[in-house]
Write a protein that binds this ligand. Structure first.
Ligand code: MN
Length: 749
């Protein structure tokens, strides 16, 4: 048996090492003797080869040929449902791309596009053999295939389309994917009816609109027709029969109009190609369904397309036609001056033809026609024509709105390397475990997603799994991620989230929660502080008459009792002053005065209070004797007794509060230490290791100029209390190079 591929593609074909192609242990030669391609496959190959010869260099054709041989060997023994050898599918996909004149890398990727999914061949193996670009393209298509297999809600088709486009990144990946879908639709008959309907539905919802978005009109229409015939086989048959019949009946009218136009245009000196426009069945069906029209109402409109040589002639032709038949007012549209979003350009007008029948006319020049039919692909398809510059400019202009264009050179392969699809650069699309798609700002994290789902989910989220793996909440989400949020009933938003959330919604929800929490904590603290201050005056907060409060609110302009408490807690009002004002004219009760003597201290529960702060100057830790101080605008700040920053404030009266550590307090508190060590290599590492061993985290390290024999190191550590810190100090002191070690407090307040 003769080998088929090499003579067709020409040139030598690189050998495939055994082991790269799975499943065929007895395969020793490149083109095995048992390869009997059916006649059509050989014909297809010949046609493909012929197409390639029209625009690729011989060495590029050789590379594409090698990819074919490789894919054929990889899919050996695999059949499609149609009974054809599997390789007929990638070949058809590549053929279609060749008719768009796509570059060799895209064609190789098309031939190899199912290899990674169906066989054990890896991206790296493809990269070694066919280059990085082709491997990236195959990988991109495979990624889209994997997404496809996830479920999605029908109402989310728009998000799904955006997600596919955002994931593809390279426009060639989408073109391969669309071509793949086209061939699958063309060979859908072999599938079970129920599966056929599902795939047809998906084609209508997802792939046809993507083709439309990219301006690939011929493909768009073909996908729609195929999908319509599989989604509604009966309606398709009835409608297609009816259209055939109607066309027969109206042939005479249509013929007269075409003839009149074909005569009128040359008379006006215009060279034009006039075509009766076949409305496609899905378009007719949709019009009937959406506008509740009868079949005859839809078909009463005739469509013609007129293609002329250049842009000015379009307007001349329009004038000639408006002279021929009466135009319908309000139906003229100039898509030449203002092109559609996908680059489409044409003049549209509706005329009143013979017998009063409306006639729809599209007028465009040859380049507009190419763009209208092939959209994004027209860039590569017509690159060799003389008018390329103008077309290229137009296409570029349009592409710039679609893609991130880094470098545009005349060479299409180089151009392609740099064309990246970035249709939705600001967004990232992720799945919930139930298959719902969420669009989030790019850079979003699982916390953003949690708040997008529901405020309660956001407020209670504690962890997440991305693609079934537990990940930190700050992980940046990528397109197509499946994200599961884990919540806990008593969890609450963490202020640190504000450092990395991207969505405005998450940000405002977290802020809202923290503000509310701060208000409540502050009000609770304020109440305790006020109650202390009142006891000093021999009064009990609970027994204060309502008139005292009313008087105070009127005099101070405060909104409510609770607002006053919150303001005291935040340090905006001083408790002693509020207490004195409230006390004016109120009789002192002896019992409250007695209680005042046994005034309990305010307990400090932990390091992270919103209303109570630990002084940055002295960094108190549990075990340190402490004192609380209220200053305007700062709320309650806790200092160590010997804090130097507060020494000079000692004389201020009324601002001091008794505070105590809550017994059995837990949590991590920051403390600083200063270490003087001999300036030898590795000493820092040894100290750090010792600190870690003592069960502490290092938050920050800084050092003084280490020019001398000794160096001074400053560590900020997390410790649970004084005992813990003492243990660390003892442990580090044992290192021989350590000269001196002390707890350190900064001098500035
Ligand atoms: Mn495929």
């Amino acid at each position: 048996m003769t080998a088929v591929a090499p003579p067709l593609f020409g040139g030598p074909v690189p050998a495939i090492e055994p082991g790269m192609v799975p499943g065929n242990p007895d395969e020793s030669s490149l083109i095995p003797a048992d390869m009997h391609p059916p006649v059509d496959l050989a014909e297809d190959l010949e046609r493909f080869n012929g197409k390639l010869a029209t625009y690729l260099k011989p060495e590029e054709i050789t590379r594409v040929g090698a990819a074919y041989v490789f894919a054929d060997a990889a899919h050996r023994g695999q059949l499609r449902l149609t009974g054809d050898p599997y390789i007929s599918h990638p070949l058809a996909v590549a053929q279609n791309l060749a008719s768009w004149h796509l570059d060799a890398n895209a064609l190789m990727a098309a031939l190899l596009h199912d290899v990674m999914e169906d066989t054990a061949i890896t991206k790296e193996q493809i990269a070694v053999r066919f280059g990085k670009v082709a491997a990236e393209l195959v990988d991109g298509v495979s990624k889209l295939d994997r997404i496809e297999h996830q479920s999605f809600e029908e109402a989310q088709a728009e998000n799904f389309r955006k997600m596919l486009l955002a994931m593809a990144r390279d426009v060639r990946v989408i073109l391969i994917k669309l071509s793949d879908r086209l061939h699958n639709m063309q060979t859908l008959d072999a599938m079970r009816p129920e599966k056929r309907r599902r795939i047809a539905r998906e084609t209508l919802d997802i792939y046809a609109p993507i083709a439309n978005r990219l301006g690939l009109n011929a493909l768009y229409r073909e996908l729609q027709e195929l999908a319509f015939s599989h989604a509604h086989p009966l309606r398709y048959r009835v409608l297609s029969k009816a259209v055939k019949g109607a066309r027969g009946n109206r042939r005479e009218v249509v013929g007269r109009i075409v003839e009149a136009i074909r005569k009128a245009l040359p008379e006006a000196g215009i060279d034009a190609e006039v075509k009766g426009r076949e409305k496609h069945l899905y378009g007719i069906y949709r019009k009937m369904r959406d506008k509740h029209l009868s079949f005859s109402q839809v078909l009463d409109i005739y469509g013609f397309r007129i293609v002329v040589k250049n842009r000015p002639t379009c307007y001349l032709a329009l004038g000639a036609l408006h002279a021929l038949y009466q135009p319908v007012p309000g139906k003229f549209k100039d898509y030449i001056a203002i092109p559609k979003a996908n680059g489409y350009q044409s003049l549209h007008t509706t005329l009143i033809g013979p017998f009063g029948t409306p006639v729809e006319i599209q007028i465009r020049d040859a380049h507009m026609h190419h763009v209208a039919e092939s959209g994004v692909a027209s860039h590569w398809l017509y690159k060799d024509e003389s008018a390329i510059d103008q077309l290229q400019q137009k296409t570029h202009k349009w592409l710039q709105s679609l893609v991130e264009l880094q470098s545009a050179s005349g060479d299409s392969s180089e151009f392609l390397e740099h064309v990246k699809v970035d249709l939705f650069p600001g967004e990232v699309y992720v799945f919930s475990p139930k298959g719902k798609i969420f669009a989030l700002p790019r850079g979003s994290t699982p916390v953003d997603l949690a708040y997008a789902v529901h405020t309660d989910i956001g407020d209670r989220c504690v962890a997440c799994r991305i693609n079934f793996e537990t990940m930190p909440l700050r992980t940046e989400l990528r397109n197509g991620d499946r994200v599961e949020i884990i919540t806990a009933p008593n969890a609450a938003p963490n202020p640190a989230w504000l450092g990395y959330v991207k969505s405005a919604r998450a940000r405002s929800k977290i802020r809202h929660f923290l503000n509310t929490k701060q208000n409540e904590e502050s009000a609770a603290l304020g109440e305790r502080l006020l109650s202390h201050a009142l006891r000093d005056l021999g009064l009990a907060l609970a027994k204060l008459p309502a008139q005292a409060w009313d008087r105070f609110k009127r005099a101070s302009g405060a909104r409510s009792q609770k607002a006053v408490m919150a303001e005291i807690g935040l340090g905006k009002r001083l408790p002693a002053i509020v207490a004195r004002r409230l006390a004016e004219g109120v009789e002192v009760s002896p019992s409250a005065a007695n209680e005042g003597r046994a005034k309990p201290a305010i307990l400090i529960h932990g390091p992270e209070g919103v209303a109570i702060k630990l002084g940055n100057c002295c960094r108190p830790i549990p075990g340190d004797p402490i004192v609380g101080m209220i200053r305007k605008g700062q709320g309650l700040v806790v200092h160590t007794h010997d804090c130097r920053a507060i020494a000079k404030l000692r004389s201020e009266r009324g601002n001091w509060v008794d505070v105590e550590w809550e017994p059995g307090i837990t949590g991590l508190f920051e403390a600083s230490i200063k270490v003087v060590a001999k300036n030898v290599r590795g000493v820092l590492a040894r100290i750090a290791a010792d600190i870690a061993e003592a069960g502490s985290n290092i938050v920050n390290i800084s050092m003084d100029d280490d020019s001398g024999e000794a160096t001074t190191l400053f560590f900020t550590l997390q410790v649970s209390d004084r005992v813990h810190l003492a243990h660390i100090l003892r442990s580090v002191r044992r290192i021989p190079e350590v000269v001196r070690i002390t707890r350190y407090v900064e001098t500035k307040p």
